[in-house]
Design a protein around this ligand. Structure first.
Ligand code: GLU
Length: 311
């Protein structure tokens, strides 16, 4: 079995390494420094076994892959009703940093776009900015299965260039959707995006969600089982930018993608999968990442609505 899984990963890696379409994200200057050829695939099963291939040591920032995990912390902190009141679960059809509709509706449509994620970050608990960050970092560590570290260069780079997120945050404050110190909330949001991981750690996070909230490597609970369906639905509906519908149709695995080139996907009760490769397509999804997930889903019946079940 283990040999089969490792050789499957090897064949996927060989097959999609020549795929060189797409481009590394440039709007956060530090991200342009990523080596576009990096490529790693990792899986973690709910029994704790893990497999990985490629650039296993390569580290990247979580970016939007942090959003479902922070949504989970917000749900655990203020509960479902409050989170639903301040954001929602509807696809936007607009870009992830869009302001369209925000002035009229007054709240973001879902927590996977930047405006929604800034709202969930604003709900994180703590007595001081340091305490809030530390609690968030500890929570992210529980998913990754190791002590989460901030990539200071990416954090600084985004802090200097995030005028758009700043605009979103102040608009939300003017609407009463965000309360308190906007600057502090935004700082926390930028920090969650700048937490770094390797691909196996990201697969651990996915496996934690696949395993009802318990990290299968450490045995520690990261989130109550009660909220798993909330998080997975939001990922399936909104996790892959404006490709989410096609993704749900073709791949059918709740997943989240980030501009650093990472994608993590959850096969409930079975496994977590993560792919890192920095070249992005026009939607903002890793081109090799998409190819690997499409292939895996088809090959092993991983679509969650495929009633033949994973093979
Ligand atoms: N930190 C990025 C931003 O706020 C995250 C975007 C993403 O990965 O989708 O723009």
């Amino acid at each position: 079995m283990a040999t089969n899984i490792q050789s499957t990963l090897e064949s996927l890696h060989d097959r999609y390494r020549p795929l060189n379409t797409g481009a590394v994200a440039t709007y956060i200057p530090e991200l342009t420094k990523a080596d576009p050829d990096l490529f790693c695939i990792a899986v973690r099963f709910v029994d704790g076994t893990g497999f990985t291939i490629g650039d296993t040591d390569a580290r990247f920032t979580l970016q939007s892959c942090s959003k479902p995990l922070i949504l989970a912390q917000a749900l655990s902190t203020v509960g479902r009703d409050m989170v639903m009141r301040l954001t929602g679960v509807e696809p936007t059809g607009n870009s992830f940093s869009s302001m369209v509709g925000l002035d009229q509706i007054g709240k973001p449509l879902n927590p996977m776009v930047n405006a929604g994620a800034i709202v969930t970050a604003s709900l994180l608990p703590g007595d001081s900015p340091e305490d809030r960050y530390e609690r968030m970092r500890t929570n992210l560590s529980a998913y990754l299965g190791s002590d989460a570290q901030l990539d200071a260069a990416v954090y600084d780079s985004e802090l200097r260039t995030s005028d758009r997120n700043r605009a979103l945050a102040y608009l939300l404050k003017s609407k009463g959707t965000i309360e308190g110190d906007v600057k502090q909330h935004l700082d926390l949001y930028i920090r969650q995006c700048a937490i770094s991981a390797n691909t196996q750690q990201l697969a651990n996070a996915a496996a934690t969600l696949a395993n009802n909230g318990v990290n299968p490597v450490t045995g520690k609970r990261a989130v109550s089982a009660e909220y798993i369906k909330d998080i997975l639905v939001v990922m399936l509906m909104n996790g892959m930018y404006n490709y989410a519908g096609r993704w749900a149709y073709e791949v059918g695995i709740p997943a989240k993608s980030g501009v650093s080139g990472s994608i993590f996907g959850v096969v409930p009760g079975v496994m977590g999968i993560a792919v890192y490769s920095p070249r992005l397509d026009d939607y903002g999804n890793s081109t090799r990442g998409l190819a690997v997930f499409r292939d895996l889903s088809k090959r092993y019946n991983m679509h969650i609505f495929d009633q033949r079940g994973p093979k």
